[in-house]
Design a protein around this ligand. Structure first.
Ligand SMILES: *Cc1c(COP(=O)(O)O)cnc(C)c1O
Length: 862
């Protein structure tokens, strides 16, 4: 029986931690442990992952947007989870679903939602997730009581506050709350379950605590209950010495004090919300970060009792998308009030300043996009105001790189070698906090990664205390290949089939179920109207047949590709063929209009030189949005050097030529790169293309390009297709009158293919081991050409321990004929079958007969 004297432990579970049965099993398990230890757990949950974005889309959708689709998708997600949890969804959420439908109807009528309404809609996500969760816990024998957070957390009343702050980013009262403690103590449940992110104000209205506000809620509850500790459960096991997604050798930080954690959270480490630290610091409550997928890991502990390890850099953070404003003072520096005027201009334009440096003649400040809505017009307005009394200009996109730790000043000398990266690079701004907790540089955004990598290698290679620094990300996530192996299990399951294929010599092997899975993944993006497979990635007839059956179209870049499709599928609807020639001769355009349903034009030359070809024709125009991603950056980076696409500054000329030729632009296209694993790329393409709608009266479709990436190296994250989908759904809800197309190549085939080759010879020369294969760069040129990384395993000895490090080479007479450097293998012998993973894309398609050696043959496993 619970008793009033028991200590509280507050546990917060984020979106990915509450979205599946498996995670809920972990939650139940952890709660049982806390109860067994004699504590009383108080659980704070986020909404299921992705739901808040959908609710946001409901609020933001234009009148006439597709509200029903969003509502039914939200319902569907909760029904699916309830089915897995085996709880009665209609009983638990029937009323909530009805309320959601009413709110959606309201949203569809009012057009622009008030912040008050916005808060009510967003609160639904947490209310629903916690109802399912509490019921599940009961059903598995953890006695749990559901509580409405709005009856326990009250927003601080701030007079004169604007409505957005008041409803969407409220702060709450959180001093120790004896009333709350005793009212909970009276309940006879072992566990209480409530919502993160929401609270109520003095009028009883629902308010939100801002994005990421669930962490803050949990911290408030911990402070009110004077909890023994706060545990924040998330999808990473803690804070790291650098962002582990970029630097797999980043080390887990075992202990941080509140100041350091605050600094890290503020500087862009996204594990904790910066606002959640103050409440626990005030109550001196230890905060533990834990990982729901890996509950056995200890994670990071943030407390007031961290042993002093002396001067120490603990972490390096980088924050992109920062804009600098540089002001040359025209000799007026001595003038009284210059800074006041300058900052007055920032205030008037509603912009908050982050870092500042001043010198005789120049003042430079940074604007943080997290705190500012940086519309191009806002910055223009600011510059106009500033230019009235100084010479102001914008610099960016920049990145802020910070070293965080203790007494950084005293180790500046050690940083020397790392600054070699700045050889020819610019440091725009350097600032050292008076607290000596950070040292910050602002550099060009595209230099930041290199700088972080170099600094990390410099500062974290030695001198490492294991009390402070835990294992590396790479070690934690499963030795060499965890992520890769997890994804590529198909070849482990089909090992016998593969070994049999390899008896006949080197082969590319494709797995039909995986191909199908990948098509299904892409088709799960509901906002898409059409998907075209960019067949240059892999044009094997059996692969094409499988995709044809699944109903997607084909993006072809040459007449040969179009001909292959037409030969294989003579009756195919030509609308399923999209032809994208680049610097092709005149004939190919004529051919394209004859054979393909759609043609993408990516230069002005054809319109200028051969306008007669385009009379009365519909075309799609490929635009070059410039380097980098990010809505506003497109505008900044006109005139990019790539050979593809029409540059933004050519748009006027384009319109003239289109009109003169009598063509109609019905579509716009942007393909910004390959191997991209950041989910916002395609919705940003959509926003960029849609922003040009006024120039093209007949515009009806937006082709968002290909480029969806797959993880290649250990530690890399997979592209979150669900998030791509959510973002596109949001775009579609806001701008429903465009068809959206996607044309992935690599994503559909890369992981479904492996290259098999037998070992021909082995040798040791000096310290280096070589494992020779029967085929090499003539089959797979990506490592030689791009330095691409492919996982390599000895399929004949999958279960044997790794005992050697070797160069994996082919039989071609080139030093570059290497498939992998310094790879770990078991003791490998002639005749063993080596598997090269993630080889389904741009493998055989880019092969050659160099040295007159035939490349590996191709086999599809059904
Ligand atoms: C190559 C290419 C693609 C496919 O790129 P992936 O990175 O394989 O997805 C899509 N569109 C165009 C225009 C391309 O050239």
């Amino acid at each position: 029986m619970p008793s009033a004297s028991q200590e509280w432990i507050v546990l917060k579970f984020g979106g990915t931690s509450v979205s599946t049965l498996e995670r809920w099993k972990t939650i139940a398990e952890e709660l049982r442990k806390r109860i067994a230890e004699g504590a009383r757990p108080f659980v704070v949950c986020s909404a299921l992952s992705g739901i808040s974005n959908m609710l946001e889309a409901l609020v933001e959708a234009a009148p006439g947007g597709d509200y029903e689709a969003i509502v039914s998708e939200i319902e569907e997600r909760h029904r699916a989870l309830a089915a897995d949890l085996e709880v009665d969804v209609d009983e638990l959420l029937g009323e909530r679903f009805k309320e959601l439908e009413r709110l959606a109807l309201g949203a569809s009528l009012i057009g622009e939602a008030s912040p008050r309404f916005h808060a009510r809609v967003l609160a639904m996500g947490e209310l629903m997730s916690t109802s399912l969760g509490a019921a599940y816990l009961e059903s598995v024998g953890v006695s749990a009581s559901w509580r409405d957070a709005r009856q326990m957390l009250s927003a601080v009343h701030e007079p004169n506050i604007n409505l957005n702050r008041r409803y969407l980013s409220a702060a709450c009262e959180c001093s120790p709350d004896a009333g709350l403690k005793s009212s909970l103590a009276e309940g006879d449940a072992d566990v209480f379950v409530t919502q993160g992110f929401i609270a109520s104000d003095a009028e009883g209205d629902t308010v939100l605590l801002g994005r990421g506000g669930s962490d803050t809620s949990a911290a408030y509850f911990a402070a009110k209950l004077e909890a023994e500790r706060l545990e924040i459960w998330t999808d990473v096991p803690g804070m790291f010495s650098a962002n582990p997604r970029d630097i797999p050798s980043a080390r887990l930080l075992r202990q941080l004090d509140y100041d350091e954690a605050q600094e890290l959270a503020t500087m862009g480490a996204k594990v904790l919300h910066p606002r959640c630290i103050a409440p626990v610091r005030n109550g001196q409550i230890p905060l533990h970060i834990r990982c729901t997928q890996r509950p056995e890991l200890e994670g990071t502990v943030i407390s007031g009792e961290v042993p002093n390890f002396g001067a120490q850099v603990k972490a390096i953070s980088a924050k992109n998308d920062v804009t600098l404003i540089s002001m040359d003072t025209l000799g007026m520096w001595q003038q009284v009030g210059f800074l006041a005027d300058a900052f007055g201009a920032f205030k008037q334009n509603g912009l908050s300043v982050d870092l500042v440096t001043t010198s005789e003649a120049n003042v430079t400040v940074s604007l943080d996009p997290m705190a500012n809505a940086l519309e191009p017009q806002t910055v223009e307005g600011l510059l106009e105001d500033l230019n009235a009394f100084c010479d102001a200009r914008q610099i960016g996109p920049c990145a802020v790189v910070s070293l965080i730790g203790r007494n950084i000043r005293s180790i500046l000398d050690e940083l020397g070698p790392a600054f070699e990266v700045f050889d020819e690079q610019h440091i725009y701004l350097l600032s050292q906090a008076a607290s000596d907790l950070n040292l910050t540089f602002v550099v060009d955004e595209d230099q930041a990664q290199k700088l972080v990598r170099k600094l990390h290698a410099q500062l974290f290679s030695e001198r490492i205390s294991d009390k402070l620094f835990g294992p590396t990300w790479r070690e934690l996530f499963g030795g060499e290949m965890a992520e890769v192996a997890e994804r590529t299990l198909w070849w482990q399951d089909r090992r016998d089939d593969l070994l049999e294929v390899a008896e006949e010599g080197a082969a590319y092997v494709y797995d039909a179920p995986t191909l199908q899975q990948k098509v299904d993944d892409v088709r799960s993006i509901d906002a898409l109207d059409r998907v075209f497979y960019a067949m240059k990635a892999n044009s094997h007839p059996d692969v094409l047949r499988l995709f044809e059956k699944s109903g997607i179209g084909f993006e072809c870049v040459s007449p040969g590709e179009v001909e292959r499709i037409v030969e294989l599928f003579p009756d195919i609807d030509r609308e399923r063929i999209l032809f994208t020639p680049n610097f092709a001769p005149r004939d190919e355009y004529a051919f394209g209009f004859e054979q393909a349903g759609f043609l993408t034009l990516d230069n002005l030359h054809p319109l200028e030189a051969w306008p007669e070809l385009f009379a009365d024709k519909e075309v799609i125009v490929r635009l070059d949005p410039g380097r980098g991603r990010g809505h506003h950056k497109y505008v900044r980076t006109a005139g990019n050097q790539s050979k593809f696409g029409v540059a933004p500054n050519e748009l006027d000329r384009l319109s003239e030529l289109v009109e003169a030729a009598g063509a109609r632009v019905v579509g716009l296209h942007a393909h910004v790169g390959s191997g991209i694993r950041t989910a916002d790329t395609w919705s940003e393409n959509a926003l960029f293309l849609a922003s040009l709608r006024d120039r093209f009266p007949e515009l009806r479709l937006l082709n968002l390009g290909g480029g969806m990436g797959v993880p290649e190296r250990p530690g890399q994250r997979a592209l979150d297709v669900a998030e791509v989908s959510e973002r596109l759904a949001k775009f579609k809800a806001a701008q429903p009158d465009f068809e959206l197309w996607l044309e992935p190549g690599r994503y559909l085939v890369a992981q479904a293919g492996v290259l098999l080759a037998r070992v021909t010879q082995t040798k040791q020369k000096g310290d280096i081991n070589y494992v020779g294969l029967e085929t090499g760069m003539n089959s797979l040129i990506r490592p030689a050409l791009y330095g691409a990384y492919h996982e390599i395993v000895n399929l004949s000895r999958l279960d044997e321990p790794m005992t050697m490090t070797a160069e994996i080479v082919g039989p071609i007479c080139e030093t570059g004929d290497v498939l992998g450097h310094a790879r770990r293998l078991p003791a490998t012998e002639e005749g063993d079958v080596i598997l090269v993973g993630t080889a389904g894309a741009y493998g055989r398609a880019m092969s050659s007969q160099y040295n007159l050696r035939q490349p590996a043959r191709e086999v599809l496993l059904k």
